[in-house]
Ligand binder design. Structure first.
Ligand SMILES: [Zn+2]
Ligand SMILES: [Zn+2]
Length: 257
């Protein structure tokens, strides 16, 4: 059995285009997919991010508070969302052995609470910064639960064979991390998460709007590191919210790599 990768459709978000592209025209909306990814390795099933909480789609004001609910529109079609997508593969949340959260934004850790049997890998820096901000942020309920968190301080090779490796890519948040995967198909990939929203950000060396940048120098450095992986190590980057790219990948229940 070789390593396989699946792209899971966890709905979509719509918001002002300038939060992605600060130089865009005023008042133009854009809609982006919210993906998560399943890596099936002989020694475990690894989920990279868990999408948006079901209550967030049903009643955004109650779940996220009125500020965030006013800023975003939330879409979840039939068969979308982490549980429904896993079901297409004949899996339940209890079958997932490892969860890797790129970071603790609501569209990346919303369904953490389903994965009570998994070990959940987060950078210590992300946990510390999120705890420090918790009181000001009702969204903490998505991640602030008695789950089996394992805090990392840097890179971590999940199975000791260099095939599934967590790499820190800070800047979007304090402890953002990405996931490098050697797929059985011979492809080297990196799931960037929000360290790079779209290919256009990489091509233009562009950071998103200020609200989506925790530290611009660190985010720029992480973007450079992703570019280096792509250009020097023949690594295909799978961006955090790139609709054009995601539409081109084979859909779950088929593996895309
Ligand atoms: Zn984010
Ligand atoms: Zn995101």
């Amino acid at each position: 059995m070789t390593v396989k990768l699946y792209a899971l459709n966890c709905g979509a978000l719509e918001f002002d285009r300038r939060s992605f592209f600060p130089d865009a025209a005023k008042g133009v909306a854009m809609r982006v997919p919210v993906p998560s990814f399943l890596v099936v390795h002989p020694k475990g099933r690894v989920l990279f991010d868990t999408g948006i909480h079901a209550d967030g789609f049903r009643d955004p004001v109650a779940h996220f508070g009125k500020d965030l609910a006013a800023y975003f529109r939330f879409y979840c079609g039939p068969g979308e969302g982490i549980a429904a997508q896993l079901r297409l593969l004949g899996l339940e949340p209890g079958d997932i052995t490892h969860v890797v959260n790129s970071h603790f934004h609501f569209d990346h850790c919303g369904c953490n609470g389903l994965f009570t049997r998994a070990e959940i890998f987060v950078q210590g820096a992300e946990m510390r910064a999120s705890r420090a901000a918790r009181d000001a942020d009702g969204r903490a309920r998505d991640w602030d639960q008695p789950l089996n968190y394992r805090l990392l301080e840097g890179e971590h090779d999940l199975f000791g064979d260099a095939d599934v490796v967590i790499v820190p890519t800070p800047g979007h948040t304090a402890g953002h991390q990405s996931l490098r995967v050697n797929a059985g198909s011979g492809m080297r990939l990196c799931l960037t998460g929000d360290a790079c929203y779209t290919q256009e950000h990489l091509e233009r060396d562009l950071l998103p709007g200020k609200l989506a940048v925790w530290n611009a120098d660190e985010m720029q450095r992480s973007l450079g590191e992703l570019r280096r992986m792509r250009d020097r190590e023949s690594t295909e980057l799978i961006y955090g919210h790139d609709g054009a790219q995601l539409r081109g990948l084979r859909r779950c229940p088929e593996a895309f790599a």
